[in-house]
Design a protein around this ligand. Structure first.
Ligand SMILES: C[S@@+](CC[C@H](N)C(=O)[O-])C[C@H]1O[C@@H](n2cnc3c(N)ncnc32)[C@H](O)[C@@H]1O
Length: 195
């Protein structure tokens, strides 16, 4: 990764941490992935040569910039969904500053409205980092969008294991999926859709 972009991401991570320590209001917290999760997602995308990348939960765009930098390497593109307009605007400015805006499309409607409009088998990689209570209800749509051989990565699988219990239970009962729980950052659940 380019050193300038690396420094910008370090500053953005520090901003998110400080902001979240000072803010009780959840809608005003950035809730970014941990700094070690970014390179992990990036390597997954680059090793899979994933091109069509979908993120649910942009916040101010910290994780999206990691995904976009990987998309630059694969010749891909990131579509990222966020329904909080205040965060959408912060993300837009961050994408411009990081010079990754050409690799990103921002969707500003709730994920549950957007997902049903997407074609089946159209996405190689999904990063799910949003409203955890909705994940179980979104699973069928997420698996419909994912191409065979595609990967769904779910954040907070260790830090919020109990909140994800219903989701992970449904995943484990769904045929045609391989799973692996990776203890990096807040815990990343990898769900691979079998070919
Ligand atoms: C954990 S934060 C995302 C953090 C971001 N991935 C990062 O690491 O920088 C979750 C985000 O999901 C958004 N969100 C919650 N419910 C949503 C929904 N139904 N549709 C779209 N976005 C939603 C919230 O506004 C919040 O900004």
């Amino acid at each position: 990764m380019d050193q300038t972009l690396h420094r910008f991401l370090e500053d953005l991570a520090k901003f998110g941490k400080t902001n979240d320590q000072q803010t009780a209001q959840r809608s005003e917290r950035m809730l970014n992935i941990t700094p070690d999760t970014g390179p992990f997602l990036s390597i997954l995308i680059k090793s899979a040569k994933a091109k069509d990348i979908l993120e649910i939960g942009t916040s101010n765009g910290y994780s999206t910039i990691w995904l976009a930098d990987a998309a630059r390497c694969t010749g891909g593109h990131v579509t990222t969904i966020e329904m909080n307009p205040w965060k959408v605007n912060q993300a837009r400015l961050n994408f411009q500053t990081a010079s990754v805006d050409e690799f990103i499309t921002q969707i500003v409607i709730p994920a549950e409205t957007y997902l049903p409009t997407c074609p089946s088998d159209s996405v190689d990689f999904i990063f799910l980092d949003s409203e955890r209570s909705q994940y179980a209800g979104w699973l069928n749509q997420l698996l419909r969008l994912l191409r065979p051989g595609g990967l769904l990565v779910v954040d907070n699988a260790v830090s919020h294991e109990a909140e994800l219990a219903e989701f992970t239970s449904v995943v484990r009962q769904t045929p045609g999926l391989d799973t692996s729980l990776v203890p990096i950052g807040n815990g990343e659940l990898l769900i691979w859709k079998c070919i």
